[in-house]
Design a protein around this ligand. Structure first.
Ligand SMILES: Cc1ncc(COP(=O)(O)O)c(C=O)c1O
Length: 397
């Protein structure tokens, strides 16, 4: 009997690592763990969104509307979301998807042949590796310079381009560094994209979450007039903190000829799956209109947690070898920590001794050892107690 074969692209090593084993053991013993990696906003005790979710039960959703790029009402709601920020995204340049992750898959299908390359920032969001592998795309990292506020190393980026490169991916603001792309970087990237015939993919899921007002030298959004073909991604996961609604979007910017050609092709890809639910599309205008208080609650939460983190650092005194890296936006903070142990050893120590879960920096491709990443979403009292413990222990090293 011959066994069926599985694809190489799904030949993942699914054995548990030490941390997963420690976590399993702690949970098995019934220990209460405090999760400072919690980034699921629906578990963070934020705004009450039950009424928004209930909109999906409206009878208007009872009739299936299979429209590939999205229901006109929903596409118009996305265009209005940008217009309210003074940004022009024409309705005919909006395509809905079930999530940003799905949109990445569609764009990789649109832009690449098997083995083609996409440039991605390092450090950044770990899911890219899987998204690319599933589409047979090779990711080529380009460095963000930590000591320069995570500015893009444009020379390294351009040097990494070869004839197989198809796109430059940006996360704006980046996860987990919280850094926004500067206006001069965006211009330089556009010039590089035009020189080499590349597209730009700008993931703006955290775009509404700047800590203080956005400094004048930062680009508010890639939505706007663009010289290079540019895809802007976002969605309800972060804009209204409801990932379970499963609605994201792609905004297609750039010269009319290439942008409209891209839209025509995306329409066929979207038509093949028709993955966005009708109820959520029809409710989108009301859902997006409700984002103000939800975003305000998240901004207040992350800002207060950042203050608590800084207070714990201040208590260590100026000589301490722990510091927080500057952050401009997003839901995360990065701690630079003593290199007396490697990152995994620190993470395990916190789980075993303190029942606290943090991310090692390498998980996000932070260079070198010596970083931990924490989510700023947990409830204030929980976060403050746990981060104070983490920072005190780091300070003792
Ligand atoms: C940078 C970034 N992009 C995309 C996503 C995923 O969003 P979605 O739920 O729309 O797939 C996340 C989720 O954390 C993210 O951090």
């Amino acid at each position: 009997m011959k066994k069926p074969l599985f694809s190489e692209r799904t030949a993942w090593d699914l054995t548990e690592n030490d941390l997963a084993r420690d976590l399993g053991a702690a949970r098995g013993e019934g220990r209460a763990l405090v999760d400072l990696t919690e980034s699921n906003p629906t578990r963070a005790g934020l705004a009450d969104t039950a009424a928004l979710v209930a909109l999906l039960g409206d009878p208007r959703g009872a009739t299936y509307a299979p429209i590939a790029l999205g229901h006109p009402t929903a596409r118009a709601a996305v265009a209005s979301y940008y217009a309210e920020r003074g940004l022009d995204l024409p309705i005919d340049r909006v395509a809905l998807s079930a999530s940003t992750s799905e949109a990445y898959g569609w764009l990789f299908k649109l832009l690449t042949e098997r083995g083609d390359k996409v440039l991605v920032p390092a450090p950044s969001y770990p899911l890219f590796a899987f998204l690319a592998q599933l589409e047979d795309v090779e990711l080529v990292p380009y460095p963000l310079m930590r000591e320069a506020g995570f500015r893009i190393d444009l020379h390294a980026l351009e040097a990494a381009i070869d004839e197989d490169t198809r796109a430059i991916l940006l996360v704006h603001p980046n996860n987990p560094t919280g850094s926004f792309v500067r206006r001069d970087e965006a211009e330089a990237l556009e010039a590089i994209a035009l020189r080499h015939g590349l597209s730009i993919i700008a993931d703006e899921v955290f775009g509404d979450y700047a800590f203080a007002g956005l400094p004048a030298d930062r680009l508010p959004s890639f939505v706007g007039p663009r010289r290079a073909l540019t895809f802007v991604l976002s969605g309800l996961s972060k804009v209204v903190a409801l990932p379970q609604l499963k609605l994201g979007w792609i905004g297609v910017l750039g010269p009319d000829d290439v942008a409209l050609e891209a839209m025509r092709r995306i329409e066929v890809i979207a038509d093949t799956y028709l993955s966005v639910g009708t109820p959520v599309q029809l409710a989108l205008p009301e859902i997006l209109a409700a984002r103000g208080p939800i975003q305000a609650a998240i901004r207040a939460r992350t800002a207060r947690n950042l203050v608590a983190l800084d207070a714990a650092l201040a208590a260590l005194g100026a000589e301490a070898s722990v510091r927080r890296l500057p952050v401009e936006g997003g839901w995360y903070a990065i701690l630079e920590i003593p290199r007396t142990r490697d990152e995994d050893a620190w993470v395990q120590l916190f789980v075993r001794d303190e029942g606290i879960i943090v991310h090692p920096g390498y998980f996000f491709d932070l260079p070198d050892e010596g970083f931990l990443v924490v989510s700023l979403l947990p409830p204030e009292a929980t976060f403050t107690a746990a981060i104070t413990t983490v920072i005190r222990r780091l300070g003792e090293a």
